[in-house]
Design a protein around this ligand. Structure first.
Ligand code: ADP
Length: 476
């Protein structure tokens, strides 16, 4: 059974409650996971608050050493944890392995960054005085993450928090707690002092409420839906917590007529179909300039026809959707678009996996003749559907791209330097991929604008989220 990790010990829930973790391909139970009681959550929060008093005094070199130990355990155990991830989340095993390496790259980066946090001595306005500015850890942090990247989503938060000197209470998604349990075995083995990292799983509302109510939790870092992000922001007002919110997106992908079309097809596939489209920075809508529209469609169709759908352990390109609700949302976006005049150019079918009571698969799907009245062009589909629309002018497509409440990621392909600069300036997004569908990296700032949230993960920007500025005026 998967357990909680509180005060340096793996434990069952105090009232013995558990919940089932399913394999989304077979829909069979993999394992039971402890469902934390209110007492457990309180102990975890209390433990993190107590541990902060001593952990914040450790040197950056000590914290860097702990992160390096964690990195070597992650590297050594990458296949083991990738297997757990494919089992509980469904993503192809190769992608799961890629996720472990991606997560490990953050641990490596923050092991190095821990010792580079520094302050300032300002020019004083009087003699015999000094003005000292330091960066200190914000305090114990509540970390809440979704199921689509069961490891990377919380490691991107945990690594900079631990490097900065914060303690953490991690609540991963109900769908994928087992990856987190494995990771916490490494946290334990790496030797982080008790209370520094706590793992709680179970009732999201109750756990969230306890974190929000605690005056000792000084920051919440959340990745997930915009609705829950808004709720956390409203509720954290009472204790004025610092917040980082990485929320939904609706990424446009623009192909100009001077672009390398084969590269654009490859980039769109990378950004759309990874993790079966269940990615916040996934392309949600494609705009292709009229002169290259037909070429883009035929090349895209050919590439999609080579993609395999099925069990993540079976060398496929697309695994199952996480659950029936996710599958139904995709069906609804496709059928809604077709009812309003869209045509299915490729794919368009969803079905149950062959193995008995199997989970939900959906073919890579290409829609044409779409317009902005359709949900698929305005709401996050979170599935393997690519709606493609023709456009004429640069200014027109920038307007379309920005016409959304979201502002997480956008992509575009062009080989025209002037256009490249104009479009990057014009797109109202936190992250932009120019001639690439892959943007995320440990050293780069990941995050959005508008309803996609605020705060950045990665690089020196990411550690700032866990630090506060402290000023001492010294007169001698
Ligand atoms: P998704 O639709 O991707 O599952 P959610 O925002 O529902 O996105 O979930 C992201 C994370 O937020 C999960 O860990 C989930 O358990 C948690 N969560 C959901 N509702 C709440 C809540 N009311 N308070 C705190 N956490 C929540």
């Amino acid at each position: 059974m998967g357990q909680l990790y509180i005060d340096g010990k793996f434990k069952d829930a105090s009232d013995g409650q558990v919940f089932e973790v399913l394999n989304p391909y077979t829909l069979k139970v993999i394992e039971n996971q402890s469902s934390a009681s209110e007492d457990d959550v309180e102990s975890a929060i209390e433990g993190a608050i107590n541990a902060f008093d001593t952990y914040k005094k450790t040197t950056a070199y000590e914290r860097a050493d702990l992160l390096r130990k964690l990195l070597s355990l992650m590297t050594f155990g990458e296949e083991e944890i990738a297997k757990i991830m494919t089992e509980e989340q469904g993503k192809p095993f190769a992608e799961a392995l890629g996720e472990v390496r991606y997560a490990a790259s953050y641990v490596r980066w923050y092991a190095e960054e821990a010792i580079r946090v520094k302050g300032d001595l300002l020019a004083p306005s009087m003699t015999d005085s000094k003005m000292e500015v330091t960066k200190v850890p914000v305090g114990p942090v509540g970390i809440i993450t979704p199921w689509n990247f069961p490891l990377a989503m919380f490691v991107r938060k945990v690594a900079p928090a631990l490097a900065a000197g914060c303690t953490v209470v991690v609540k991963p998604a109900e769908e994928t707690p087992l990856t987190a349990v494995k990771f916490f075995q490494w946290i334990h083995e790496a030797g982080f002092p008790k209370g520094v990292c706590q793992l709680i799983t179970g009732d999201a509302k109750m756990i969230g409420k306890k974190m929000l109510e605690s005056i000792g939790i000084r920051k919440i870092s959340f990745t997930g839906s915009t609705g829950v992000g808004q709720y956390l922001m409203e509720q954290s007002g009472a204790t004025l917590k610092k917040l980082s919110l990485e929320l939904g997106g609706h990424a446009p992908f623009i192909v100009f007529d001077d672009a390398d079309i084969e590269a654009a097809v490859e980039g769109a596939i990378a950004s759309k179909f990874r993790n079966c489209g269940q990615v916040c920075v996934a392309t949600n809508r494609v705009y292709v300039q009229e002169a290259v529209y037909d070429e883009f469609l035929s090349k895209m169709k050919l590439s999609l026809s080579k993609m395999k759908v099925g069990d993540g352990f079976n060398n496929v390109d697309l695994g199952p959707m996480i659950n029936e609700a996710g599958f139904e949302k995709v069906q609804d976006h496709v059928s809604g678009a077709v009812e309003c005049g869209a045509k299915v150019y490729y794919g368009g079918e969803g079905y149950r996996a062959e193995s008995g009571q199997g989970g939900f698969l959906y073919e890579p799907t290409l829609l044409i003749d779409v317009d902005h009245s359709m949900k698929v062009m305005t709401e996050e589909t979170f599935g393997p559907v690519l709606p493609v629309m023709k456009f004429k002018e640069e200014s027109e497509v920038i307007e379309h791209a920005n016409n959304t409440p979201f502002g997480l990621a956008a992509y575009y392909y062009t080989n025209n330097l002037g256009r490249a600069n104009r479009v990057s300036e014009g797109l109202d997004y936190g992250m932009i991929g120019l001639n690439t569908g892959r943007i995320s990296a440990a050293q780069a700032p990941f995050g959005g604008v508008k309803m996609s949230g605020f705060g950045r993960e990665g690089g020196s920007y990411g550690i700032e989220e866990y630090l506060v500025t402290k000023y001492v005026m010294i007169n001698y």
